[in-house]
Design a protein around this ligand. Structure first.
Ligand SMILES: Cc1cc2nc3c(=O)[nH]c(=O)nc-3n(C[C@H](O)[C@H](O)[C@H](O)COP(=O)(O)O)c2cc1C
Length: 212
């Protein structure tokens, strides 16, 4: 077995104090994602999305956050993919933003709901043409024989849609994740990290400090 036990570091970039916390967690999220962009992190909008299958087995994958507001967090994907099937059976979901260079993570728990076709179409039309074509080409999460099969289909669709707009595939869509809790984690000295969890109550967000 490879021993990785001596890979560790101190977290020194600063703390998170209760006085720093806005009442609305989305305000803090907006500040942190802006700082992740300003720090030029690779893929600052990348988040790990966890879903479970019908036996309770979790699976995670990276997806890009495309929008957020007071309602929640939006991402786009194939509606016949593994994640979409799992969400259809169980809409409980968790998102995680791993902003290591800033010694931060944000962990979100909530429920995913499908976006309307209008919202999906609006985003699909804004994508580069090759990405639109790629959406048609990939039966996401299905088994395929070889890469050539994908490349052949891509060339075929590219020729088909050389002129005019690429239509929205029926099997392509997105989700709004409505959060019920959002935890902000900031690394601290001597492993005394700061963790604050916002939990949604009927009328507002309750804020609790959690032990690291
Ligand atoms: C940086 C990065 C960004 C990704 N963004 C997306 C995305 O926005 N939507 C998506 O469906 N898959 C995205 N993927 C691919 C997913 O991680 C995953 O392989 C795919 O969605 C199939 O997942 P599933 O089989 O669990 O449904 C991304 C992967 C990486 C590494």
């Amino acid at each position: 077995m490879s021993d990785l036990s001596d890979i560790r570091r101190e977290y020194t970039q600063g703390g998170l104090r209760r006085g720093d916390l806005p009442q609305n967690p989305m305000d803090l999220f907006e500040k942190w994602i802006q700082q992740a962009k300003d720090a030029q992190l690779t893929d600052p909008t990348a988040m790990c999305v966890a879903t479970v299958d019908e036996t309770g087995q979790p699976f995670q994958r990276i997806v890009l956050l495309k929008r957020f507001d007071d309602k929640g967090f939006v991402f786009f994907t194939n509606l016949e993919s593994r994640k979409a099937k799992q969400i259809a059976a169980n809409s409980k979901i968790s998102l995680l933003f791993p902003w290591h260079p800033l010694e931060r993570q944000v962990a979100i728990v909530g429920e995913a709901e499908p976006l309307s076709m209008i919202e999906v179409a609006k985003y699909f039309m804004s994508r580069p043409k090759d990405s639109q074509i790629a959406a048609w080409v990939s039966k996401q999460s299905s088994k395929i024989s070889a890469r050539q099969a994908l490349e052949g289909k891509f060339a075929e669709m590219k020729a088909k849609y050389a002129q005019g707009e690429v239509p929205l595939p029926k099997f392509w869509g997105g989700y709004l994740v409505r959060p019920s809790s959002i935890e902000f984690w900031q690394g601290g000295e001597h492993r005394l990290h700061d963790r604050f969890m916002y939990s949604k109550t009927d009328s507002e967000w309750q804020i609790d400090r959690l032990a690291p």
